[in-house]
Write a protein that binds this ligand. Structure first.
Ligand code: HEC
Length: 133
């Protein structure tokens, strides 16, 4: 239980840092570029998602394939297979990765395989997912 809280704390801190980083990047780089400027933390998560095979289903830029797209996922409203809606917050993202298929999205076709990611690795991927607005 307490380790879960520590994770959430860790996540909020990383997310905060990542957002500050993104904010600074977007201030300094102008707004014309369409490619997303990723913070160092988010890039680490992106690398991890390729190395762990996530990108083959979720896209190398989070654009989605067999798996749902990650772009715009964080904090969006998701409809589950039983018709209920949830907000894709950190807890939702953590559970989706830690226990694949514990929750089914409405209309999901594929199955997500389980993985051996540590909490820190999951946190890193969540920072990346959060950067994909
Ligand atoms: C074989 C394809 C496949 C692979 C590999 C895969 N996923 Fe998935 N993923 C899916 C599918 C399909 C779903 C939707 C599952 C559902 O709704 O029950 C999903 C759902 C998710 C969700 C929730 C998305 C949402 O919109 O609700 C997250 C987050 C996620 N995956 C992260 C990961 C991460 C991180 C990895 C790598 C460790 C990974 N996935 C590897 C297919 C995959």
């Amino acid at each position: 239980m307490s380790s879960k809280f520590r994770l959430i704390n860790f996540l909020s801190t990383s997310v905060l840092l990542a957002s500050v980083g993104l904010f600074l990047v977007s201030c300094s780089s102008g707004s014309s570029s369409s490619s997303i400027a990723l913070s160092v933390e988010a890039q680490a998560g992106q690398k991890l998602s390729s190395a762990s095979g996530c990108a083959s289903c979720h896209g190398s830029n989070g654009e989605g394939r067999v798996g749902p797209k990650w772009i715009g996922l964080a904090d969006s409203q998701v409809t589950m297979s039983d018709g209920t809606t949830v907000i894709a917050d950190d807890a939702y993202l953590y559970t989706s990765i830690h226990e694949p298929n514990a929750m089914r999205r409405k209309g999901s076709v594929g199955q997500m395989p389980s993985n051996q990611l540590t909490d820190e690795e999951i946190a890193s991927i969540i920072v990346y997912i959060r950067a994909l607005k």
